[in-house]
Design a protein around this ligand. Structure first.
Ligand code: 5GP
Ligand code: ZN
Length: 114
């Protein structure tokens, strides 16, 4: 845990965030400012600053995160499709420096993204 990291605090349950999923490795919760009818953040409990900081030792964790996302998409009825986004670094607009996967769905999503 990083002491000054917002998502570490959320993952530790310090901000009373409602979790859609919690395992020993990850949590999922609704984004504060949703950009789609369904907008969930899936984060590891381990502090990893961004995808650019990922190591091979994190591969099982990343696999668990992908399966959690697939299950959430099913549970939330995103049968028409969904998008998973990982903003990485300043050019991509990453604003919270703790790895997070955006799960977006519930509307038609344009491509390419802005
Ligand atoms: P990024 O811009 O880094 O890819 O995404 C960060 C996301 O975290 C944004 O979509 C933002 O709305 C969300 N966010 C920032 N602070 C909070 C918070 O305190 N609670 C929740 N649930 N979401 C947050
Ligand atoms: Zn963190």
């Amino acid at each position: 845990m990083s002491n000054d990291c917002l998502f570490c605090k959320i993952a530790q349950g310090l901000l009373s965030t409602e979790f859609l999923v919690e395992t020993d490795q990850l949590v999922a919760f609704r984004d504060l400012n949703p950009v789609a009818p369904t907008h969930i953040l899936v984060i590891p409990k381990k502090h990893i600053a961004s995808l650019a900081d990922l190591e091979l030792e994190d591969r099982a964790l990343m696999g668990e995160m992908m399966v959690a996302i697939r299950r959430l998409a099913e549970q939330l009825g995103l049968d028409e499709g969904f998008r998973v986004v990982v903003n990485t670094g300043p050019a991509a607009g990453q604003s919270v420096h703790h790895l997070h996967f955006h799960l977006l769905g519930g509307r038609s999503l344009q491509w390419p993204p802005g």
